[in-house]
Ligand binder design. Structure first.
Ligand code: CP3
Length: 318
């Protein structure tokens, strides 16, 4: 959930000499950011430094990060023809730098600190590929779903296959668990989710090397939790809008949960952060299978002391 990022002075210093994408592609530097952040924060696991949008590069769509504008996809998918033109990609070769980052970080961290690999879930990747960037209402993505369902399903099949290969590559390189980020899936109704997104998450989850936990995270998923349970993921990541205890009741036993502090809480006073951490741990009620985390990524401008206070509080109360 964005362990590294613009809130950290050490990260900002690395970014003075490398653009974001060059940093992702430079495995030595990316491994240093991955490992340095974990050592600084003393968390229990590392998330590899990369981005969910990297696969759009070998897919031939073009990707840029402009200061302040967020990600920009240069050649978004807008038609059936665009879907048909997607290339066959050797994932292991085109994104080998991510495998190398994991392998380097693995050597540095040793066995005590597991590495979490990750990818975007098919819906969120397809939505970016079609919209061309961040979106508010996902009109273009939904138009393809509703008006060109065959093209949508072909695109999702392509993305799901890519994603499964990408995650397995990360596992082979040393990731102990993988997380699927379905950041935008909360824009779907439950029935659209079941029709247009869920089957592809299931495909990815079932293709991941057996025995490796899959964490499936989305935001604004209060209405989707029952369906998300059917993905087969071993952990469901919750955003902060849901009550963790109630959500877990709904999900049932047999699935772990991750979450779910509001990332903006890290801007609050230390005492408030500690109270909020305790409230979440109370909701989890020491049931096995709770991974304490934020309900979304750490935001730029977050005080590092707030992050430290949270980690200490979780250690103390957990
Ligand atoms: O160290 C880590 O935390 C792991 C690396 C990580 C990044 N992105 C690095 C990053 C992870 C796990 C992600 C996931 C990611 N990327 C998601 C899913 C989670 C979520 O936020 O919902 C999404 C949607 C993206 C796409 C993306 N990448 C966005 C929307 C942005 C912000 C663009 C902006 O300018 O505001 C990014 C950039 C990004 N990815 C940064 C980092 C550290 C900031 C880049 C910088 O240095 O300027």
């Amino acid at each position: 959930m964005r362990q590294a990022g613009r809130y950290l002075p050490a990260y900002r210093r690395v970014r003075e000499r490398l653009s974001f994408l060059d940093l992702c592609r430079n495995s030595e530097a990316a491994a240093e950011v991955t490992v340095g952040t974990v050592r600084q924060l003393e968390v229990d696991a590392a998330i590899v430094f990369a981005d969910i949008l990297l696969p759009l590069i070998p897919m031939g769509l073009g990707l840029r990060f402009e200061k302040g504008d967020g990600p920009l996809i240069e050649r978004p998918i807008r038609s059936v023809g665009d879907v048909d033109c997607l290339p066959a990609v050797d994932v292991g070769e085109s994104l080998s730098f991510v495998a190398k980052t994991i392998a380097l970080a693995r050597t540095d961290l040793g066995e005590a600190c597991p590495i979490v690999g990750f990818a975007g879930a098919p819906f969120t990747i397809a939505a970016y590929a079609i919209e061309g960037g961040t979106s508010r209402n996902f009109v273009l993505a939904k138009c393809m779903m509703y008006r060109e369902p065959a093209a949508w399903h072909r695109l999702m099949t392509y993305v799901a296959k890519f994603t499964a290969e990408y995650l397995n590559m990360q596992i082979d390189a040393g990731a102990a668990a993988v997380q699927l980020f379905d950041s935008w899936v909360g824009c779907l109704s439950e029935s659209d989710y079941r029709r247009f997104a869920l089957p592809y998450v299931r495909q990815v989850v079932s293709a991941v090397r057996s025995g490796v936990p899959v964490i499936y995270f989305g935001t604004m998923t209060g209405g989707l939790l029952d369906a998300m349970r059917e993905t087969g993921a071993s952990v469901i990541g919750l955003d902060w809008r849901v009550d963790l205890g109630e959500a877990w009741e709904r999900l049932g036993s047999g699935v772990a949960v991750q979450g779910n502090l509001d990332p903006v809480k890290l801007f609050a006073d230390a005492a408030d952060i500690r109270t909020a951490a305790r409230e979440i741990l109370d909701r989890a009620a020491a049931r096995p299978g709770h991974i304490f985390n934020l309900g979304h990524g750490v935001l730029p401008g977050t005080p590092v002391d707030g992050v430290r206070t949270l980690i200490e509080a979780v250690r103390e109360f957990g």
